[in-house]
Ligand binder design. Sequence first.
Ligand code: ADP
Ligand code: MG
Length: 292
Amino acid sequence: ATPVSVMVGTGKAAELGVLFKSGTALEGLQATQVIALDKTGTLTRGQPELTDLTLVSGFERGEVLRLVASAEQDSEHPIARAIVDAAKREGLSLSAPESSQAVPGFGLEAVVDATRVQVGADRYMSKLGLGLADFGAQAEQLGDEGKSPLYVALNGQLAAILAVADPIKDGSREAVAALHRQGLKVAMITGDNVRTAQAIARQLGIDQVQAEVLPGDKAKAVRALQEGGQKVAFVGDGINDAPALAQADVGLAIGTGTDVAVETADVVLMSGDLRGVPNALALSRTTLRNIR
Ligand code: ADP
Ligand code: MG
């Protein structure tokens, strides 16, 4: 590879808001056959809103929302902010939790006003040995609408189902279409539930979905895509995404994402706009063509 064309290529990319950390990254990207993307914060804005809350009979809406929002106050998960904002908008005054801890990949457990509050995905309720009462059909419908259903247990009793929805970013759909035109397969890897992930993938035209992937297993999901020697690039933003960014043949981080993701990646998309990915790929291809 001539160092000059690589320098020109990285320079042009920088003008487009794509930072290649090395010439090797620029040379490597053109060989990509599959692009895998994280969902939350990468394809979607990462700023979900609370859209639904249905109670088990006997529970009171204001009190359930107040307890859950109090529990979520110290969490940095985007879901936590959605719930806290909704409670504040309704004028509920929150209590400082006596304790609060994430259950990674499952949800959150806290004690608020001497009440044990557990909130998270359906698999978290299964882990706790709790049934989902009559919420099954509703959860499926929420998922099909692209919303993420969550469950709340208070003192070990199922109290409510709620849902958050995270809007798709401007440019995501176009980026997927451009990658298809460039001949790539596009996959999504997410911790979110299957129906929700499939609904979002459908809206975006994504070919393949791996959902309900636990935080420690995202790298394994990338490795599965690499089977048979396929070259895989991964795009992500979260702390959870760092191992997958490292495992991929090329890792691309969203510049506004977490420091760990940005540090681990080979390429940084300065804006969150995913159209940077097909642009970067096109540049990588042009650069290599000039070298050969
Ligand atoms: P992702 O960021 O892809 O959603 P996570 O591993 O962070 O992956 O979370 C997996 C799932 O666990 C979430 O989709 C959600 O259902 C649940 N969860 C995680 N953190 C929280 C939280 N603070 N409050 C409620 N649910 C949570
Ligand atoms: Mg993310």
